[in-house]
Design a protein around this ligand. Structure first.
Ligand code: C5P
Length: 235
């Protein structure tokens, strides 16, 4: 039987990055590898939770970390719309939701049915018109089950620790989450790397955890904070 401090909990984790099609062969995407979210899914399962992992465009080599765990159900998704419907379906049966995926803020308004061809409009590059995607996290918070703990992530390009926390606190209020994991990113840090360095803010904006190290270590500290929130919500 499963052992650990998360036995009996169902955890929804989203990971990776959504892609928005331009035409049948091209997309708008982002640099998220999915490693941090996959590490959270693996750690939660190892601590006894049943995990649904919504995997947005994650390489098999990254998914390999959880592929052999019976307690992790992997659901692949591609676009933001697919992630949104899968997230709502899975959140209905989860005590904790950890939204680590990098979600495209915009999608292409009119996806071309056929490949856009340079020779069809010589010398006239196409203009992509974008429309805003729904904020999935805000939608999940709106439908939160009693006692459900919802965690957001914020990767920010910042020039100081103060700015990171300040941006994090504003995002926390905008989204209404219970916990927000913030990290500084740049051209070199955060995405493909094996390590991470995060601050976890609670709903008051208090830093409740500082975690630096492997993505697995960071995942463990984040789950400690989630466990603490679930206990606090039950009191
Ligand atoms: O606003 P920002 O994109 O920085 O917020 C990041 C957090 O919000 C992440 O947890 C991400 O998964 C979530 N998000 C979302 N839907 C969006 C954009 C972001 O759920 N459209």
């Amino acid at each position: 039987a499963a052992e650990g401090d998360l036995v009996g909990l169902r955890v929804l984790v989203t990971a990776g990055g959504t892609r928005e099609p331009i035409d049948p062969v091209r997309y708008l995407g982002n640099r998220s590898s999915g490693k941090q979210g996959v590490a959270v899914a693996a750690a939660a399962a190892d601590r006894g939770a049943k995990v649904v992992l919504l995997a947005a465009n994650i390489d098999d080599a990254v998914l390999a970390e959880v592929a052999d765990r019976a307690a992790v159900r992997i659901v692949p998704v591609g676009t933001t719309a697919e992630l949104e419907s899968a997230a709502h379906a899975a959140a209905a049966g989860a005590e904790a939701v950890i939204m680590a995926a990098a979600v495209a803020d915009y999608r292409v308004a009119d996806v071309a049915d056929e490949k856009l061809r340079k020779e069809d409009s010589p010398g006239a590059p196409p203009t992509l018109t974008l429309v805003e995607n729904p904020d999935i996290l805000v939608g999940l918070v709106r439908e939160r089950r009693p006692g459900q703990v919802i965690v957001g992530f914020a990767a920010e390009t910042v020039s100081s620790e103060d700015e990171l926390l300040e941006r994090g606190r504003r995002k926390l209020l905008r989204k209404g989450v219970d916990l927000l994991a913030v990290n500084a990113v740049g051209w070199a840090a955060g995405f493909e790397s094996a390590d991470n360095d995060i601050r976890v803010l609670d709903a008051d904006g208090t830093v409740v955890a500082v975690a630096a190290g492997s993505k697995r270590e960071v995942a463990e500290r984040l789950l400690d904070a989630v466990r603490h929130e679930i206990d606090a919500a039950a009191r």
